[in-house]
Design a protein around this ligand. Structure first.
Ligand SMILES: [Zn+2]
Length: 490
């Protein structure tokens, strides 16, 4: 058994959850569940980012304290993750004491390394990104490229991090660890960004009340990215010696995987700034940072500022969590952008779930139940073409999962499902039952149909019995999933 740590970004509490947040979290959940089933020791972290000017202002507009606003949004996240069956092990809030203690220790170590200095900071500032931009980086009309919203001119004394020192160490890290930034195409973009030269980074803000004070620098607050990114280790107990077990198990270890899942818009922060902070603090780096694409609607990123949000409540209420999870994993080629449309969702729902999966399962389960009095057909079948196809499907599935190619993994299972359907149509067990009753032939056909559909739904646990056809699938194993399917068909 080895250790597997997977994280989502922590989500800003200035907005309610939408499809973008859901997507990253469902991906992390799928990865975590897959690794658990593979026998790894897994820790899955998600949480919320609660500090910064954006939240201070949003609270001010509503006339509430920032923490009230945070509490309200956090409870929405908790409820949503429960509805969606998210299996996270921990949920960190950056307003928690454990986070603050860990961040202070990160800052202390960077200070000790001599990587901070104070200087005047001027530039175009996007409050939504919490980031300074040069004139060249802006869209015409002085708009932030990410948010397409106006930026403001800012001039103040800040504490700077000597990011420029880490250009070479970062390039060496990318070089020595192929795949530490994925997909490769985005890894190359990050690398050429670093090759063009790194400017030192402002890591504090003056006159910002809602944040963690910069130790030994009165009037300065820790810049939200340095603070927020540290959540990945503060949640494990870093900087809190009395509760550092998880940190030692999942972060400070040579034997393990530490993977950050992020949207492509925040890849630079995770693949450049975060490893540089860690290097400076003398701490281990993540083993990989993986960026996914955006959900688009009418060719634009779905976001609060674009005003084209897909809110989860209606979809969940109408179609249930499994359908939404399936759609997200099937529709987006991981790493690329994908279109979200109601028609696309309903099409997938009808063709893949209700028709391919629902009808096949319902047909074979109903017939088998009726014919064999609710029991598994007594005779198994060890020579039919579905066995070879199932072996292939399982192999392709695992290969795809290893590359986080979720949509390909599902495709390989759906190929098996189509063949199972075809097999049943050819053998026509519903006709044979009328003339042969519970004959060995009927038993073998239904057994095969049940086994292949079970494999489609639970490719890991199912692999076993089909690969060893002498073992009957235990009724216990497949008794639970028709319930899931019927929920999908509702
Ligand atoms: Zn912005």
């Amino acid at each position: 058994m080895s250790n597997f740590y997977v994280t989502t970004p922590i989500y800003y509490v200035n907005d309610l959850p939408h499809i973008g947040h859901i997507y990253t979290t469902v991906v992390a959940d799928v990865v975590a569940r897959y690794q658990r089933l593979s026998g790894q020791r897994v820790h899955f972290l998600t949480g919320t980012d609660e500090h910064g000017q954006k939240i201070e202002r949003a609270a001010e507009e509503e006339g509430v304290e920032p923490i009230e606003l945070a509490d309200r949004v956090v409870s929405r996240y908790h409820r949503l993750w429960e509805q969606l069956g998210i299996s996270h092990d921990d949920f960190i809030r950056t307003t928690e004491a454990r986070h603050r203690r860990g961040v202070e220790e990160v800052v202390r170590r960077i200070q000790e390394a001599g990587d901070f200095y104070t200087a005047r900071h001027e530039g175009w500032y996007c409050t939504s990104c919490e980031s300074f931009y040069t004139e060249k980086e802006l869209l015409p009309g002085k708009l932030c490229e990410v948010h397409e919203a106006p930026v403001e001119w800012k001039s103040e004394d800040n504490i700077f991090f000597r990011l420029s020192r880490y250009q070479q160490p970062l390039l060496e890290w990318y070089e020595k660890n192929p795949g530490c930034v994925r997909p490769v195409s985005r890894g190359n973009e990050v690398k050429s960004f670093v090759e063009r030269g790194l400017k030192d980074l402002s890591v504090s803000r003056a006159n910002l009340a809602w944040g963690i004070p910069f130790p030994e620098h009165p009037g300065q607050t820790i810049y939200v990215w340095l603070e927020a990114l540290s959540n990945y280790i503060t949640a494990l107990g870093f900087g809190q010696p009395e509760s550092a077990d998880l940190y030692n198990t999942f972060w400070d270890t040579d034997d393990g995987t530490r993977i950050h899942l992020v949207g492509k818009d925040i890849l630079r922060f995770h693949a450049v700034y975060w490893p540089a902070f860690l290097m400076s603090a003398g701490l281990p780096l993540p083993t990989s940072v993986v960026a996914h694409g955006w959900w688009l609607r009418d060719e634009r990123k779905i976001s609060k500022s674009a005003g084209n949000l897909v809110r989860p409540d209606d979809l969940l209420e109408q179609f249930g969590p499994d359908s939404l999870r399936y759609f997200l994993m099937r529709e987006m080629v991981f790493g690329q952008d994908a279109q979200f449309s109601d028609e696309g969702f309903v099409d997938r729902f009808n063709s893949d779930l209700a028709n391919d999966l629902g009808n096949t399962v319902s047909r074979v389960v109903t017939l088998s139940r009726r014919t064999f009095d609710g029991q598994t057909p007594p005779e198994s079948c060890d020579d039919n073409r579905l066995i070879a196809l199932a072996e292939e499907a399982v192999r392709d599935y695992h290969a795809a999962m290893a590359e986080l190619a979720f949509s390909r993994a599902l495709e390989s299972l759906w190929r098996l499902l189509a063949e199972t359907n075809q097999y049943l149509v050819e053998k026509e067990p519903w006709k044979l039952v009328k003339t042969e009753g519970t004959s060995p032939r009927v038993s073998r056909i239904l057994w095969t149909g049940l086994e292949a559909t079970r494999l489609t739904v639970l490719p890991r646990s199912l692999a076993r019995s089909l690969l060893k056809p002498s073992t009957n699938p235990s009724s216990e194993n497949w008794a639970s999933w028709p319930k899931t399917i019927s929920r999908m068909r509702k």
